[in-house]
Design a protein around this ligand. Structure first.
Ligand code: KG4
Ligand code: ZN
Length: 335
């Protein structure tokens, strides 16, 4: 039995998961609510919370999978990219556990893991496929040639898609993280109520900072003319913002398909939980004859199941690292 423990601690979720022979048996996620009142993740507080959560999360993952820690064959951990202090907690814990149990240590790239989450359940994508990875820190179009052979086709030049959701939400005075709230209010709104600009960027890259500025100006102007405007039109504003972000993402994805001729497409990362993006992709895929892969909700946002499955494929290749390994705050999806 190939039993792999996956550990994720790159941002504000402490997570542990057990993968046995390529199947996930547990996926424990400890969310950090402490950041809500600060309107964003506070790195120092995130590291401290990881310190508190990591041992209970790992113990729970082992218990839920009904195994013993001595059954573990390897420990896979997120080496990066992410917040350095947060990564250090997971990395140090993984190193200590691997050393104590005399088992191999496996480094995992968080952005590759978001994509490899598609290999947790059937139907799995066929190589090569195109993945639009959209999270709080990244927006990337990736050509996935094999498990660990990936090419970056395009990326954001400024804010990530998740950041665009969260910053828009902040302008609307919604709490952090605002992405899921925009999604919630958008369901009751009219996506054509307000028109926000389409950024003019070349190639397969993205830009969201202009959109943020235009939303800020729009809110300022409307509130000056009519105090309480945002509150009165919240659903329509959220629906219009979401519609614009989703259309930017799907247009680029379509361009990537046209350029590469690859019609097998996937989305990954926290923003792939967005209902507008999920519906939009299903519709576009049906229209264009694509094979579409949309992750299960629990595998969209940060989780250790994706680290454990990526670790499992590395374990099969005996791709291990030594105890001298240290985290990487920046690390490309290309490896
Ligand atoms: O992948 P993730 O959990 O963490 C990073 O690696 O960054 O992504 C978190 C991001 C946040 O910006 C959050 O607002 C966004 O994903 N997000 C959503 C939704 N759920 C999470 N954005 C829009 N709609 C959602 N339903
Ligand atoms: Zn992530």
């Amino acid at each position: 039995m190939d039993v792999i423990l996956g550990i994720e601690s790159s941002c504000d979720e402490t997570s542990a998961s057990i993968c046995i022979d390529g199947h996930i048996y547990s996926n424990v996620i400890a969310n950090q609510t402490i950041h809500e009142k600060f309107g964003g993740v506070v790195p120092e507080l995130a590291s401290r919370a990881h310190q508190q959560h990591i041992i209970p999360a790992v113990q729970q993952a082992i218990a839920e999978a009904k195994i013993d820690k001595n059954d573990l064959k390897a420990v896979a951990f997120t080496r990066g990219p992410g917040l350095l202090g947060s990564l250090l907690v997971g990395t140090t814990f993984a190193k200590g556990l691997a050393l104590g149990l005399s088992i191999p240590l496996i480094e995992v790239n968080h952005m590759q893991a978001h994509i490899l989450a598609h290999f947790i359940e059937d139907p799995k994508p066929n190589f090569p496929f195109i993945c639009l990875t959209v999270s709080g820190g990244h927006t990337q179009l990736v050509l996935v040639k094999n498990y660990f052979d990936m090419e970056l086709l395009g990326q954001t030049l400024d804010d990530a898609a998740g950041e665009a959701f969260d910053k828009s939400a902040k302008i609307l005075q919604l709490p952090y993280p605002g992405g899921p709230l925009i999604d919630k209010y958008a369901k009751e709104g009219n996506p054509r109520a307000f028109k926000f600009p389409n950024p003019q960027v070349g190639g397969l890259d993205f830009s969201f900072s202009g959109l943020k500025t235009s939303i800020m100006q729009f809110v300022k102007k409307e509130e000056a003319q009519q105090p309480g405007f945002v509150q009165a039109h919240l659903a329509d504003i959220c629906a219009s913002i979401q519609d614009r972000i989703v259309s930017i993402l799907l247009n680029r994805l379509q361009q990537a398909v046209d350029q590469t001729g690859i019609k097998e497409v996937a989305i990954a990362g926290g923003v792939s939980a967005n209902s507008g993006l999920r519906h939009g992709l299903v519709q576009l895929g049906a229209e264009k004859g694509w094979t579409v892969h949309i992750p299960k909700m629990s595998y969209c946002t940060d989780n250790a199941a994706m680290i454990a499955i990526a670790g499992y494929y590395k374990y099969l290749q005996k791709d291990f690292v030594g105890q001298d390994i240290s985290p990487l705050a920046r690390w490309s999806v290309t490896g």
